[in-house]
Design a protein around this ligand. Structure first.
Ligand code: NDP
Length: 246
């Protein structure tokens, strides 16, 4: 897939799935804007993008903060003059059973995962509408589709992203802006690293393809949905989960 002359923003790209998405777009010729809460975690990613020969920009932004999200879009326009693809990937977990789940942990997860995506979508809509073209990819989760004990806040945020995807897809379709969501299953990253071995084993047993997914597996679908090969696809949520949700 060719993304030459395209400008892509990936939130939460200091590591994990977001970093892999950023590198994949760079390899396909895109100019890539990487983002995370602090500048220092982004500099190794910029080094990796430089090594590929990609044009890149790092913007520190906490997506939960409206001003930061607006600044991310502003800096992108100043540097590259356009936004073709926005990938809302930034996300956190603060797991606990409902009765022990604090208001603070509810707010933190909803603010980052759901409001963060809303903030970035809202900020990039005007430049995309002006160009009458754009693709927005929201990284949801299978947990948003099927729920999970101990992840009430995370499941609500990820299900919210799916509802938001469908609604924004309907609002922006007439401007040729496509909006889709991806629901990854169990992907090997820092987020899943701290799971106990026994819990990992049980999870793998529930996956028909009997293995964990990689960040690259998710990045491949992000690229496809952002490309012209997916020009007739909008408002959808596609699982990358080894068959976990069938
Ligand atoms: P990681 O924890 O490895 O990375 C999370 C990224 O999000 C980091 O780059 C982090 O950057 C960034 N981030 C966190 N909070 C904020 C914030 N407030 N503002 C901006 N950036 C932020 O997670 P993964 O790579 O595993 O997950 C990426 C996405 O995929 C998440 O949305 C996650 O929910 C989703 N997902 C992951 C699955 C998995 O199995 N790994 C399964 C299903 C979905 P920094 O800390 O530098 O700010």
């Amino acid at each position: 897939m060719d993304f030459k002359e395209k400008v892509v923003i990936v939130t939460g790209s200091s590591r994990g799935i977001g970093k892999e998405i950023a590198l994949s777009f760079a390899k396909a010729g895109a100019s890539v804007v990487v983002s995370g809460r602090t500048a220092d975690t982004l500099s190794p990613v910029i080094d990796a993008l430089d090594a590929i020969g990609a044009k890149s920009l790092a913007v520190a932004a906490d997506v939960a903060k409206v001003d930061d999200a607006q600044n991310l879009i502003k800096k992108t326009i100043e540097e590259f003059g356009q936004i073709d693809v926005l990938v809302n990937n930034a996300g956190i977990t603060r797991d606990n059973l409902l009765l022990r789940l604090s208001e603070e942990d509810w707010d933190a997860v909803l603010d980052t995962n759901l409001k963060g995506a809303f903030n970035c979508i809202k900020a990039c809509t005007k430049p995309m509408m002006k160009k009458r073209m754009g693709a927005i990819i929201n990284i949801s989760s299978v947990v948003g589709v099927m729920g999970n004990a101990g992840q009430v806040n995370y499941a609500a945020s990820k299900a919210g992203m799916i509802g938001m995807t469908k609604s924004v897809a309907k609002e922006l379709a007439s401007r040729n802006i496509r909006v889709n969501a991806i629901a990854p299953g169990f992907i090997e990253t820092d987020m899943t690293d701290n799971l106990a071995e026994k819990a990992k084993e049980e999870l793998i047993n529930s996956i028909p393809l009997a293995k964990l997914g990689s960040a690259q597996d998710v990045a491949n679908l992000v690229m496809f949905l952002s490309s012209q090969k997916a020009k007739y696809i909008t408002g959808q949520t596609i699982n990358v989960d080894g068959g976990m949700v069938i």
